[in-house]
Design a protein around this ligand. Structure first.
Ligand SMILES: Cc1cc2nc3c(=O)[nH]c(=O)nc-3n(C[C@H](O)[C@H](O)[C@H](O)COP(=O)(O)OP(=O)(O)OC[C@H]3O[C@@H](n4cnc5c(N)ncnc54)[C@H](O)[C@@H]3O)c2cc1C
Length: 392
């Protein structure tokens, strides 16, 4: 039975965060109306890594098996020196990892997890999904909200959740902290079919090649059928958005000194898509009355801890729990959700920046990094990340 007097909760944005939020609310019995500005629900991009923390919350809402159906399960994460090829550290992700964190580590295509969430929303029977609908503005009337859509319509709901990403319009009104911070780091990404990866270079692990002011990551995707490549370097080039074509010359300038394994892999990609990496300073006030934020709209982060989509999913499950706990007082539920989330998400935002510096270290700083991570026992490596993987 639908809860909440049958008036829907409105969601702006149908990315990974918006869809999982809609699903979690419906799972608790609340009707939802979700507006996505694009003409269809689809994810651009390539691979994402999924830490054990996302599986802990997905298992609570019954979506763990559906997500796991498309993933690749890497046996280990490796970090190598991109100038010498030397192994810096190898962290197993198999039985020892599951024994420690109680959940697996996996990598998936962004489109696959997005499609799984979309299917779950469609099957719920409580979610109205609307494409080509941009939320331009909202008014909080105290006992309900209205949103203004790009087609001139007004829609009414009990509350509004802004899941509209890094450049969120809802955030503009709630937090008002201007444009995102441009990090000065650029990511180039490409996906290959398994058969297009030279056999001697194909590896089942997540491999990170750390170089001076660069790093390069590769891992298999989609049950091993695809191979994901992401090359990151420092540059002042700035272009808003996530999907521009990247120049090969610019990439080559930054990577040409690196080992043949790296160069041979980079050469395999004909067309790179480019992301200019941005984030924001953490804030603790992303809720106002009947309106709150979730995912990148609330706490956009650099990708160095591979956690943006994981954090959005944790948000969704915990927000739905808070709403279920006080279904007649959504402003109180939103505040409780924010209170439960802001320190964990802020820590992830800040630590993602630190990991970026760490991967891109040069000279003596790189030597110190290699000594520090190379000298750790397996338990020490797990302990170092337990604050993140052990949550929420
Ligand atoms: C290079 C890179 C690698 C990454 N790797 C990982 C990883 O390994 N693991 C991980 O967990 N995360 C990773 N992330 C982060 C992750 O991709 C994001 O944190 C996550 O996708 C955010 O989801 P979201 O739904 O909050 O926002 P978005 O994905 O930005 O979705 C926002 C949606 O809202 C829509 N929208 C925007 N404005 C409006 C509006 N006004 N009205 C209606 N609709 C609107 C957009 O069209 C879009 O569909 C990575 C990110 C990058 C850039």
């Amino acid at each position: 039975m639908a809860r909440g007097a049958n008036e829907p909760i409105l969601i702006s944005g149908g990315g990974i965060g918006g869809l999982i939020a809609a699903y979690c609310l419906a799972h608790q019995g609340f009707p939802v109306r979700l507006f996505e500005q694009s003409a269809e629900f689809k994810e651009v991009g390539a691979g994402i890594q999924l830490g054990p923390n996302i599986f802990r919350v997905l298992s609570k809402v019954g979506l763990m098996d559906a997500v796991l159906a498309d993933v690749h399960r890497p046996p280990a994460q490796e970090m190598r020196d991109a100038l010498t090829g030397k192994l810096i550290t190898r962290i197993p992700l198999g039985e020892e990892f599951i024994a420690r964190f109680g959940q697996p580590y996996a990598v998936t295509h962004r489109a696959d997890i997005h499609a799984t969430f979309l299917k779950a929303c469609e099957a719920s029977g409580l979610i109205q999904l609307e494409t080509s609908r941009r939320v331009d503005d909202f008014t909080d009337h105290g006992d309900h909200v209205t949103v203004t859509l790009n087609n001139g319509e007004t829609a009414r709901g009990r509350a509004l959740i802004g899941c509209d990403g890094m450049w969120s319009k809802i955030r503009e009104r709630i937090v008002g902290d201007g444009k995102p911070r441009v990090s000065g780091h650029i990511a180039y990404r490409g996906v290959l079919k398994k058969e297009d990866v030279p056999a001697d270079l194909w590896r089942p692990d997540v491999v990170l090649w750390a170089g001076p002011r660069t790093h390069f990551v590769h891992y298999p995707l989609r049950r091993g059928e695809l191979y994901n490549l992401v090359a990151v370097f420092h540059s002042d080039h700035y272009e808003e958005g996530w999907n521009a074509e990247g120049s090969k010359d610019l990439l080559w300038q930054h990577f040409k000194m690196q080992v043949p394994e790296v160069l041979r892999m980079l050469e395999r990609i004909d067309t790179w898509r480019m992301w200019v990496l941005c984030d924001r300073e953490p804030v603790k006030d992303w809720t106002k009355g009947n309106v709150t934020l979730l995912g990148d709209a609330a706490h956009p982060m650099l990708q160095y801890l591979a956690q943006g989509a994981c954090m959005a999913t944790e948000d969704a499950v915990m927000l739905a729990d808070q709403i279920a706990a006080s279904p007649d007082d959504l402003p109180a539920a939103f505040k409780a959700y924010q209170q439960a989330r802001y320190l964990r998400t802020a820590r992830t935002q800040i630590m993602a920046r630190v990991y970026g510096e760490f991967y891109h270290a040069r000279g003596v700083a790189a030597e110190l990094r290699d000594m520090a991570v190379g000298g750790r026992t397996l338990q020490q490596s797990y302990d170092g990340i337990a604050w993140l993987y052990g949550g929420p």
